[in-house]
Ligand binder design. Structure first.
Ligand code: UT7
Length: 330
């Protein structure tokens, strides 16, 4: 079923990171780890941590306001708000509803997207279709996380990896031939256990026992996710480039999910692309899950490193295990 769809692109970006910095040396005092291990195994040097009384919606709001300003779109012009997050303020209402009110976004439709680190790419794909068919004009897509609230600060396997941040994008109609050219989304639930919060849902409601066993914190099989990540990012990146009728050498910039420098390195090798074409900012922020791609994208846009006509490839993976790549002509 194929109808005529208008071109939809990213017309503004924004981001926010909390001011508090937690370095690898700070972590040495908290768990049995070392700056050397974290740097060499992940590439992370420091990360930002939100204060205990700052919820995800606060980070999301500040990034959204910046994105609206850069797109020169008023909050009242928004038709749709999608918040990609695994750390919503609460199970429900969704974070998008809170933001609709805080931004003064009319009666914009909104929902949260719970696809782990891949959520921002999923959100952009959904909004692209809704705007593409002419149903909506402007959508706000946010990736926002306070992973510090679900990290187990006694587990060195995970707590050293994550940080808090938000990144936002405004999507709207653009001239033909530009914008989001195509995307590839997928899921492989056979490995769903590799990355999860075991308790707190309907399968294992929170109880004194789940809390005592620390099952309300994030757990991860790192090496399993690592292997999947390299494969999924490479495959889905190739897929979108082929679908757009281009080749990898046409890609000017890749914005990969910022989880581990070694994952980015391995993906670059598989795609036979120079390492310099891959954006890396995880040294400063760690893995910020759904916020990682929009945060990196905003830094590149503001740094003037994306030029009109550039082909920008966004590529992510995460809980599910899920993947999502998207090719944009700026
Ligand atoms: O956004 C999606 C979610 N996450 C990811 O993308 C993460 C993907 N995975 C990874 O990035 C890597 O697998 C990790 C960074 C998590 C781990 O790196 P690895 O090279 O796969 O190490 P490993 O899990 O095989 O562990 C190696 C050793 C273990 O010690 P033994 O059993 O060999 O003695 C760990 O206990 O490193 C130990 N280790 C640590 N040592 C010092 C694990 N965490 C730490 C730590 N400090 N923080």
């Amino acid at each position: 079923m194929k109808g005529k769809s208008r071109a939809v692109g990213i017309i503004g970006t924004g981001s926010y990171t909390p001011p508090r910095v937690l370095t690898n040396f700070d972590l040495e005092k908290m768990v049995d780890t070392s700056d050397e291990w974290i740097r060499t195994r992940t590439g992370i040097v420091e990360r930002r941590i939100a204060e205990p009384d700052v919820p995800t919606s606060r980070l999301a709001l500040l990034s959204a306001q910046q994105a609206l300003e850069s797109a020169q779109v008023e909050a009242g012009q928004l038709d749709l708000i999608i918040v990609a997050t695994v750390t919503p303020d609460m199970f429900f209402p969704c974070t998008a509803s809170l933001l609709q009110h805080e931004l003064g976004a009319g009666y914009a439709a909104g929902f949260d997207m719970l696809v782990g680190c891949t959520g921002f790419v999923y959100g952009c794909a959904v909004a692209r279709e809704m705007i593409g068919v002419g149903r909506y004009e402007h959508a706000l897509i946010i990736g926002a996380e306070t992973l510090s609230k679900i990290a187990d600060w006694e587990d060195r396997n995970t707590c050293v990896l994550f940080g808090d941040a938000a990144g936002a994008a405004i999507l709207g109609p653009v001239e033909d031939g530009r914008g989001i050219l195509t995307y590839s989304l997928g899921n492989d639930g056979t490995n769903a256990d590799a990355l999860k919060i075991p308790a707190g849902g309907s399968l294992m409601p929170t109880s004194e026992e789940t809390v005592a066993k620390r099952l309300h914190y994030l757990t991860m099989n790192g090496p399993e996710v690592f292997k999947f990540a390299v494969r999924a990012m490479a495959q889905s990146s190739l897929e979108v480039v082929e679908r757009a009728g281009l080749s990898m050498s046409d890609v000017d910039l890749v914005i990969p999910h910022q989880a581990n420098l070694r994952i980015i390195d391995a993906a670059a090798k598989r795609l036979n692309l120079p390492y310099e074409r891959f954006v890396r900012n995880l040294e400063s922020y760690g893995n910020t899950s759904a916020a990682s791609i929009p945060l990196a994208l905003d830094e590149e846009v503001r740094g003037g490193r994306i030029k009109s006509g550039d082909h920008v490839l966004l590529s992510s993976f995460g809980a599910g295990l899920s993947w999502g790549s998207m090719l944009v002509r700026w």
